[in-house]
Design a protein around this ligand. Structure first.
Ligand SMILES: Nc1nc2c(ncn2[C@@H]2O[C@H](COP(=O)(O)OP(=O)(O)OP(=O)(O)O)[C@@H](O)[C@H]2O)c(=O)[nH]1
Ligand SMILES: [Mg+2]
Length: 406
């Protein structure tokens, strides 16, 4: 699973990315600072199961800070998108192509309204972020539609050829959209939702094809809104307007710059802070200079007190756990010690999807383990569960596989 960070230029996408990954990609207050995509690891934050199970853990694929598990997830920061991008404006299609592999999108908007539609600095409050939300979505839909438009006649001819072995529409569309992380089932659901004729695509109007692409994107690349720069004037009224207008969307107030400052202070051992917290503690006041103290005080009052957090961790959690319906499962190799073969207790926390099975988990760990899956043991109950067992959040499971021959 990978989440793309999208938005028009100069809204704070790279700042968000740097705060989440502690990488150091360039950030500047003018458009198109980022051109090449940046890929890195952020984290989702969940309550670890080790306290509930009464053990001390030694995480391997993740970290645990006082009962909080931080599990790595992939993020990609891409170039800014301007109106007309789908037809090549700005960095256009190149930008969009960098989003192919994303399963979900975090749309960073400048909630202070201080940048125009192409990301140039403007008077705070002068630009409506709702406009950006609708144009970015439109450009993404138009980009997908352009991939289908090119060969639409060919697709419809093949599907409607009447030949016994004619390719069905969902398969034909999936092939056309290959590499876009879209499956056949999502295509079928989108066709059904739009009440379009699956066996007569030549009868679809241009508007219906657009509606289909929009519905398909809603299903296969869900978007949340990270309403950034919430530390600035005008952000509050804009965020409440966005939340009201888009009551069906996830809208999360964010202050990427504040989160970056906190994570750098954390890295420098100046503060104790777990990303997502609504406060931090200065470890040794003697080691913090006046400028640092002033900056940290501002973050506390203008962001943490006002918004209960910087929103960065919330956004990443929401992308993986809500948009992508992720759940966390802990596979172990020794069901009594809750450890791997080396004795690491609760070594791995894996993000799976709601609806995934015990066998899916085995395949996620290793193809061989999936192929030789016999059953799993639910560590809490000691009971065996079968291949079709639907995983639950916080499950701790031992997979039992057939012994290798020879
Ligand atoms: N006030 C405020 N400024 C921010 C915040 N986040 C980012 N900025 C500033 O916004 C400007 C643009 O930040 P970037 O992270 O480079 O934005 P971008 O969206 O990656 O821009 P492009 O790569 O050009 O598309 C910089 O001056 C940042 O310091 C925030 O939370 N609050
Ligand atoms: Mg950038």
């Amino acid at each position: 699973m990978i989440t793309g960070i999208v938005g028009k230029p100069n809204v704070g996408k790279s700042t968000f990315f740097n705060a989440a990954t502690l990488l150091n990609v360039p950030v500047a207050n003018y458009p198109f600072t980022t051109i090449q995509p940046n890929v890195g690891n952020g984290y989702i934050r969940v309550k670890c199961v080790h306290e509930e199970l009464g053990v001390k853990d030694n995480p391997v694929n993740s970290t645990c800070i006082d009962g909080t598990r931080l599990i790595p997830v992939r993020l990609v920061d891409v170039a800014g998108l301007v109106p007309g991008a789908a037809t090549g404006k700005g960095l256009g299609n190149k930008f969009l192509d960098d989003l192919r592999q994303a399963d979900a999108l975090i749309h960073v908007v400048d909630a202070s309204g201080g940048t125009d539609e192409e990301g140039r600095l403007a008077k705070l409050g002068s630009h409506d972020p709702l406009y950006d939300i609708s144009f970015i979505k439109r450009e993404i839909v138009l980009w997908v539609k352009s991939l289908l438009d090119k060969d639409w006649h060919k697709i419809t001819r093949t599907v409607e050829s009447g030949a016994a072995n004619a390719v069905k529409l969902p398969m034909a569309l999936m092939e056309k959209l290959s590499g876009l992380s879209i499956d056949e089932e999502s295509i079928e659901i989108a066709i059904h939702k739009c009440t379009l004729k699956i066996d007569k695509p030549s009868g679809w109007s241009d508007d219906q094809l657009y509606l289909f692409c929009e519905t398909l994107m809603d299903i296969s690349k869900p978007i949340l809104i990270a309403a950034n720069k919430c530390d600035q004037p005008h952000a509050k009224e804009n965020i409440s307007r966005i939340s009201k207008e888009l009551s069906n969307s996830l809208v999360i107030p964010c202050a990427a710059e504040a989160e970056l400052l906190l994570r750098k202070a954390l890295q420098a051992n100046l503060i104790s802070y777990v990303p997502g917290d609504s406060s931090f503690k200065i470890i040794d006041p003697a080691k913090v200079n006046d400028a640092q103290k002033k900056a940290l005080d501002l973050v506390q009052t203008q962001v943490l007190d006002a918004w209960h957090g910087t929103g960065i961790q919330n956004s990443i959690n929401a992308a993986y756990l809500r948009l992508l319906k992720g759940i966390v499962v802990y596979p172990v190799e020794d069901e009594t010690k809750l450890s791997d073969k080396k004795g690491n207790v609760l070594p791995d926390a894996r993000i799976m999807h709601q609806g995934d099975t015990a066998k899916d988990l085995a395949f996620k760990i290793h193809t061989d383990l999936g192929n030789s899956f016999l059953y799993a043991i639910d560590v809490r109950t000691g009971l065996r569960v079968g291949a079709d067992y639907a995983l639950k959040n916080n499950d701790v499971l031992k997979i039992v596989a057939a012994a290798k021959k020879g």
